[in-house]
Write a protein that binds this ligand. Sequence first.
Ligand code: 5GP
Ligand code: ZN
Length: 123
Amino acid sequence: EAGSMAGEAQADCLFCKIVAGEVPATVVRESETTVAFRDINPQAPTHVLVIPRVHYPDAGSLAAAEPGIAADVLREAAAVANQEKADGTGYRIVFNTGAGAGQTVFHAHAHVLGGRGFNWPPG
Ligand code: 5GP
Ligand code: ZN
């Protein structure tokens, strides 16, 4: 059952394959617990995904099981924004959760978007 595998690499998960180096990605930062790489279909001049090395299906379940790693994801997201010089004008950290909210990859990830203006509400 899927729940028993929480935290372990999933054979059918694209982002687990990126963590393992089995699928190439343009990595911009790495930490002991996270990998940050450019989104293949960028929606802003800066569009980087920050993922935990461990597999959880979404950010909330990561935070419930591994709060320290969830904090690492947030810290790394801010570090990416700083590294990309996107923090001066403001940036957005997004966790799409569930298909209805646009989640398509079910391995927790933060979108870091910057380098342009953003509207609120996001739509
Ligand atoms: P979601 O829609 O689940 O919040 O975000 C998934 C993101 O992963 C999308 O923005 C999509 O463009 C990105 N993505 C999907 N496949 C790949 C891939 O193979 N490589 C990279 N770098 N990004 C991907
Ligand atoms: Zn995964």
